[in-house]
Ligand binder design. Structure first.
Ligand code: AMP
Ligand code: ZN
Ligand code: FE
Ligand code: FE
Length: 277
């Protein structure tokens, strides 16, 4: 089985790279890509864990682009993790994530629900390339007893339009497509069914988007058929994966169920000129 959409503790997943590879292998996955948000720091540990298990690793990332103030998740595959411009860009993305969480924490304290932001952003993990995100604030709000669930934290404070929400500064999807290509990678529009903005797809294709994520845990049969159809119409490669975020994350059901058909993977790998790894 092939799963090209997985997260680790390098972003908001709950499994360490080692644990993730173990869980994936146990679920029957033989080819995987870890696609942490705005970071590729897990790659070395993922490769080290995968090698002895005979699991093949495709380098991956999930970059948050911004189009008309809305987040657009773009997957990147087969890219060179040491590409300087890519590295600088991912650093910038993580810097903006940090800036945003600090500003949101300030708003939370003004709202009378303070959290210990220093503990979140000054952890050794954050210094070594971990990507920070709103789920950390949500967990801190739960831990401080201000809300009882992560969901409530988002609904009351953190979601767009709520009082502690702060906008992200990001690049346009077209710029992200170019950057991924410059790093030798192939970009894919992540979970378009979740994005629910199909009208932007033609402009992304015009900007050089080579692929689209058809298989995803949040896509039902109708979504998959629709995006399969769009892939055919625009001559796009097809990607897919579970978007597993680890045990207890609430995004667990897809591991070992949602996968990319081998023929789609062969086409993707051929386009990338990839010979395994
Ligand atoms: P960020 O990357 O900082 O914008 O945080 C986005 C992440 O927050 C998403 O990838 C989800 O995992 C999580 N998230 C967004 N909305 C909710 C929600 N209503 N409840 C729980 N988690 C959420
Ligand atoms: Zn995530
Ligand atoms: Fe995503
Ligand atoms: Fe994801």
């Amino acid at each position: 089985m092939i799963d090209l959409h997985l997260h680790t503790t390098a972003s908001d997943g709950r499994s360490t790279p080692e644990a993730l590879v173990e869980e994936a292998a146990a679920a029957g996955i033989i080819t995987l890509a870890v696609t942490d948000h705005d970071t590729m720091t897990a790659l070395t540990a993922v490769r080290a864990a995968a090698g002895p298990r005979g699991v093949q690793v495709v380098p991956g990332v999930e970059i948050t682009a911004v189009h008309q103030q809305r987040d657009v998740h773009m997957l990147g595959y087969f890219l060179d993790p040491d590409h300087p411009a890519l590295g600088a860009f991912l650093d910038e993305q993580r810097g903006d994530r940090r800036r945003r969480l600090v500003e949101m924490a300030l708003l939370l304290s003004r709202l009378g629900v303070p959290v210990d932001i220093d503990a979140l952003i000054e952890s050794p993990a954050a210094a070594s390339g971990k990507s920070l995100g709103r789920p950390l604030l949500a967990a801190a709000l739960v831990a401080a007893g201000h809300v009882s669930t992560m969901r409530e934290a988002f609904d009351r404070y953190l979601s767009e339009g709520r009082p502690a929400f702060v906008e992200r500064c990001g690049r346009a999807p077209g710029a992200v497509i170019d950057l991924i290509a410059a790093a030798g990678g192939i970009s894919s529009l992540a979970h378009p069914g979740k994005l629910a903005q199909d009208r932007i797809i033609p402009s992304l294709v015009a900007s050089g988007l080579p692929a689209i994520e058809v298989y995803h845990s949040d896509h039902d049969a109708i979504d998959m058929r629709r995006y399969q159809g769009l892939a055919r119409q625009y001559d796009l490669l097809v990607t897919g994966g579970s978007d597993y975020h680890g045990r207890g994350s609430g995004r667990t059901e897809g591991l070992g169920r949602v996968h990319l058909p081998e023929a789609d993977f062969e086409r993707l790998a051929a386009r990338a000129g990839w010979s395994g790894g």
